[in-house]
Design a protein around this ligand. Structure first.
Ligand code: SF4
Length: 380
């Protein structure tokens, strides 16, 4: 085992806003993580030899900024003091809804070089349709204030946009918004069916052709741009496809998604419960799978969890699903077998292949990129 690529820590399940597509079941719970949990995470990582030279730590889900920047300093120091002697350097990231960015937060971001991801869906009418406060008000203005504070502090930020029925109406406005508002990178997440969110506006409205038109225009704008803003979905396809073309050995063409490998991603909640595979799984109300909780860091280590039976069950079903993907899907070498959470929440089982999510977020962009490479570069 190579070790943990990504440690996802949930400092609190609470979120200050109430997006209509949110999948988190516990977002009104204001409890928070404690320093002894952080220290124990580091101890168990060392004990299980799961460190790599750089550990990426993402603070995510609920909203990490509902806790003050002063709350985080001792947590960062605790991780540092345990892992630096082991030769591990830590790259912190936050994924935030952007409504609570303050000068104190900017100072902490600069002090620790925290990578800052903003969840924002695009122009006001697109964003405010879904990303609202608990009183139903749009959050666009607050997020834009946050972006401007980040920029005035010299902090770069990337965006993650949920692509909804509203986004696909006007790809030019969508692209321009991100391109002209300082984002250096953009990830597109088609609105998913996940956890407590049972229906996607994109999947349910028969919008397949419109989604293709949206991605096609976006790709065209991207290719014509100076690319100071990278778009994750297109870059991943281009890299996967051009890498494949360089290789002669067909067995090396496949990649395995991080979400498919046990302990490549490790998720720990505010109580010290832990899980692996897709970070969205932990804490979802699924009694058959013990809410995807493998154990608690105070009573077990990661590699030998209390629920070793559950780890074996999840691994077996997820691997069966990957084998199905490999057998059935032309896009396996681009995708590596998809995200277990999408398979489970859409198909009702990990032992499955295609989902709407992969159809819309992987296959459509990959087909657009492939057809561009065929026409433009004439290499296929
Ligand atoms: S695109 Fe879908 S069906 Fe194909 S490998 Fe990925 S998850 Fe499996």
């Amino acid at each position: 085992m190579k070790g943990v690529d990504l440690l996802v820590i949930q400092p609190t399940p609470f979120c200050n806003i109430n997006c209509s597509y949110c999948y988190l079941p516990d977002r009104s719970n204001p409890q928070k993580i404690t320093i002894d949990i952080i220290e124990r995470i580091a101890d168990v990582l060392v004990h299980d030899k799961l460190m790599q030279p750089t550990l990426s730590v993402v603070w995510h889900a609920g909203e990490p900024l509902v806790l003050s920047s002063a709350f985080y300093s001792p947590l960062f120091q605790a991780l540092e003091s345990k892992l630096a002697p082991e030769g591990v350097s830590i790259q912190h990231s936050i994924q935030t809804n952007g409504t609570l960015i303050s000068q104190q937060w900017c100072d902490l971001i600069n002090q620790y070089g925290i990578k800052t991801g903003i969840s924002i869906d695009g122009p006001r009418e697109v964003h405010d349709a879904y990303r609202r406060t608990r009183n139903g008000k749009g959050t666009f203005d607050q997020v834009m204030e946050g972006l401007s504070l980040l920029a005035s502090n010299g902090i770069g930020y990337h965006g993650i946009a949920v692509v909804t029925e509203k986004s696909i109406d006007d790809p030019d406005a969508f692209f321009d918004f991100f391109y002209t508002n300082g984002f250096y990178h953009l990830g597109l997440n088609i609105e998913e069916v996940e956890g407590t969110h049972k229906q996607s506006t994109v999947f349910s409205a028969g919008l397949h052709e419109k989604v293709i038109a949206f991605y096609s225009r976006l790709f065209q704008l991207y290719m014509e741009s100076d690319k100071h803003m990278r778009i994750r979905e297109f870059d991943m396809c281009i890299q996967a496809i051009t890498r494949d073309l360089d290789l002669l050995d067909i067995t090396k063409l496949t990649t395995q998604s991080h979400q498919n490998k046990a302990f490549a991603i490790l998720s720990v909640d505010y109580r010290g419960n832990f899980s692996t595979f897709s970070p969205e799984l932990i804490g979802q109300a699924e009694p058959k799978y013990n809410n995807f909780i493998l154990g608690n860091i105070f009573t077990s280590d990661f590699l030998n969890p209390e629920r070793g039976d559950l780890l074996r069950l999840l691994s077996r079903e997820i691997n069966q699903g990957i084998r199905k993907c490999k057998k059935e899907c032309d896009f396996f070498s681009v995708c590596g077998g998809g995200a277990p959470a999408n398979k489970y929440f859409e198909n009702g089982t990990f032992n499955s292949s295609e989902t709407n999510y992969c159809k819309y977020n992987i296959k459509i962009p990959a087909e657009i990129v492939l057809s561009y490479l065929e026409k433009t570069l004439q290499i296929i």
